[in-house]
Design a protein around this ligand. Structure first.
Ligand code: ADP
Length: 316
């Protein structure tokens, strides 16, 4: 029973300063945090595993981060695995067999689990047991350590109902408000020693997409730009108006702050002048289909530049 192919992360890299590590440091999603806080407190006080949790919401909204925070707040290990990486029942059985008491198993993109693998979870979640198929035929039921499953999905509608029903808590990550985006921008600026006046922060907020991941990526670009364009004098980098114009050009962002990949994507649609499938777009842009759907299309859809039709993507 080997799980060689699956990347199971068990250690949290706390040297990485970018991720918030405590519930109090996680900006936004107040309702989720409030309930999670109560559940953690109860689990710790009563000494029982935390109820299983299902997170849904767009990529980059903080699902993995919050799962890691929960593990940290509970003082348990977290094993991180992606739904599509588990290809055989034996692989999931092996993971479940190795969970320690009250550990968290985080399955990202849980809607991509195959039905025969998903079924193993049903009984494991409910009764903390697994059925091991014996080489000579038949199966034996063996107990596993009580654990908490945190599932995450970008496609809640694709999660099978019996699986959905086994989660005690189901949370949807809402979009971040303007105020929360500003707090996230300020947090990352502080972490990267960048100072900026409120007017600049306001402009970044207006232009950047509303996922924390995009915000973080954007601040990293600003940091890289400032490092290569200024003499560091031991103080914070100052991102002021004079820099902003050069910076806009440097990252190849036009007035909608589109990147060169967004532009290439639109060029392909212009070129075809007909609906174009995601496979073709991925091949033309040399990126994965996932990247087309998760990194490039959200902004174009938001700006109303493209539409997804049953025949493919069209320019609007
Ligand atoms: P998801 O699992 O939903 O795709 P992640 O948890 O991987 O998203 O988050 C993507 C990035 O955004 C990470 O670098 C994380 O630290 C950051 N991040 C996510 N949510 C927040 C938040 N609420 N406050 C600050 N940073 C956040």
């Amino acid at each position: 029973m080997e799980i060689k192919k699956i990347r199971v992360e068990t250690k949290q890299d706390e040297s990485a300063p970018i991720r918030p590590w405590l519930l109090a440091e996680f900006i936004g999603q107040e309702e989720i945090k409030r309930i999670v806080y109560t559940a953690i407190k109860s689990a710790k006080q009563a000494g029982h595993p935390l109820g299983h949790i299902l997170f849904s919401g767009e990529s980059g909204h903080g699902k993995t981060t919050l799962a890691q925070i929960i593990a940290k707040e509970l003082g348990v290990n977290i094993k991180i695995v992606t739904g599509y990486a588990i290809t055989k029942p034996s692989e999931l059985i092996s993971i479940l067999n190795n969970v320690e008491k009250w550990d968290i198993l985080f399955i990202d993109e849980i809607h991509r689990l195959k039905p025969n693998i998903e079924e193993i979870l049903y009984i494991a979640m409910e009764d903390f047991v697994i059925d091991m198929v014996m080489p000579e035929g038949g199966s034996v039921r063996i107990p596993i350590n009580p654990f908490t499953l945190i599932g995450a999905t970008t496609r809640l509608e694709a999660v099978a109902t019996p699986l959905k029903n086994r989660f005690v808590y189901k949370f949807h990550f809402n979009d971040y408000s303007q105020e929360e985006k500003i707090q996230i921008i300020k947090r990352y600026m502080k972490l990267y020693f960048i100072e900026a006046i409120d007017a600049i922060i306001q402009r970044i907020e207006e232009k950047v997409e509303s996922t924390p991941r995009e915000i973080h990526n954007f601040i990293v670009k600003i940091r890289d730009y400032l490092i290569s364009h200024t003499e560091h004098n031991g103080k914070d980098f100052s991102f002021d108006e004079s820099f902003r114009e050069d910076f806009d050009q440097w990252v190849n962002i036009d007035k909608w702050w589109l990147t060169s990949l967004h532009k290439k994507y639109l060029d392909v649609l212009w070129e075809y002048d007909a609906p174009v499938g995601v496979k073709t777009l991925a091949a033309k842009l040399w990126v994965s289909e996932k990247s087309i759907e998760e990194d490039i299309e959200p902004l174009l859809l938001k700006l109303g530049k493209i539409e997804k039709t049953t025949k493919g993507r069209i320019i609007v």
